[in-house]
Design a protein around this ligand. Structure first.
Ligand code: SF4
Length: 314
């Protein structure tokens, strides 16, 4: 099946208006994650090869950018977010270099499994913003959640991430997808957080599956577990945000207190003290929070002797 090379621009909380680049047709990947929303990995591989020429991708992107500009649509990022692992594309580095004259920052969302290869690191070095997947740093869990190509080993993958992070000068973020009963246990989350402290991350994102997956048994943790994981990450990492499917913006005040509480708590579960402060600044009373709790849009969660308020998960 032929898929379009470009799509969007789509709104993204992390990247603003992002024009997606699909440089890998479905479904060539080094992983077959249990939660993959693209579908079954039909070609699980670590062999890099040509799927499209650089010229084909650059032509498709240039045309899409020109059309968007004609319509007056802004594009904040060109984002490689394909139906597979973007670094399997042997021309990725060359393509990024050839897209730079368009003058738009370039992002790559990668599963990070091939960074032990120098050529892959060199390709990603050229991007402005790179997201790396770290779902587990425990081999058995990693195999169960990400179902990697059989020759890959976890030390190899984590070593590649560390080497890349030491040399990369762009914006580096991590993404950890939590699955209930698989990698959301306290010890496993603490191990991931500890590993992430070794990387110069602009932000560590904690995600839950938000769209349907082929494996119906797969789902994210509930609010108490997600809030605990958020608290664990926040205890050791400078910036942590949730990706739970709401395009909340923690920094925009809409003037509507209920909307602001839901928007902020979709990104950062709020401690009771922070919520009290928000109410005080808005001259509002606790009844505003009670209404959100009663409607089920907000949940009260206890962790470590503190009360947190988290947006209800879908
Ligand atoms: S790495 Fe991404 S594309 Fe590959 S299987 Fe996992 S979620 Fe799907």
């Amino acid at each position: 099946m032929q898929t379009a090379i470009t799509f969007g621009p789509v709104p993204s909380r992390r990247l603003g208006r992002s024009l997606g680049i699909n440089n890998i047709p479905p479904k060539h990947c080094s992983y077959a994650c249990r939660y993959c929303q693209v579908g079954t990995t039909t070609d699980r591989t670590i062999e890099r090869r040509e799927f499209y020429t650089s010229a084909e991708i650059v032509a498709a992107v240039s045309q899409h950018v020109a059309q968007s500009r004609e319509r007056g649509e802004a594009i904040d990022y060109l984002t490689f977010v394909p139906d597979g692992e973007p670094t399997l594309d042997i021309h990725l580095g060359e393509t990024i270099a050839e897209l730079k004259p368009l003058g738009i920052p370039i992002a790559v969302i990668s599963n990070a499994s091939l960074l032990w290869q120098e050529a892959v690191r060199d390709a990603l070095m050229q991007a402005t913003w790179v997201s790396l997947k770290v779902d587990s740093v425990e081999a058995h869990t990693w195999r169960r959640v990400n179902r990697p190509f059989h020759e890959l080993t976890l030390p190899q993958v984590l070593g590649g991430i560390e080497t890349f992070a030491r040399h990369y000068r762009g914006t580096l973020v991590s993404e950890t997808m939590l699955l209930a009963g698989s990698n959301d246990d306290e010890a496993g989350v603490a191990q991931v957080a500890t590993f992430l402290t070794t990387l110069p991350l602009a932000c560590a994102y904690l995600a839950v599956p938000t769209r349907s997956t082929e494996d119906r048994a797969v789902h994210g943790p509930d609010e108490p577990v997600l809030t605990r994981a958020f608290a664990q990450f926040s205890a050791v990492l400078p910036k942590v945000e949730l990706l739970i499917g709401y395009e909340g913006d923690a920094f925009a005040a809409s003037g509507n207190l209920a909307a602001d509480i839901l928007s902020i708590s979709a990104v950062h579960p709020l401690r009771r003290s922070a919520l009290d402060e928000l109410l005080r600044k808005n001259g509002a009373r606790w009844t505003a929070v009670e209404q959100l709790l009663d409607s089920g849009e907000l949940r009260e969660v206890e962790h470590g002797g503190e009360r947190f308020y988290a947006r209800k998960l879908m």
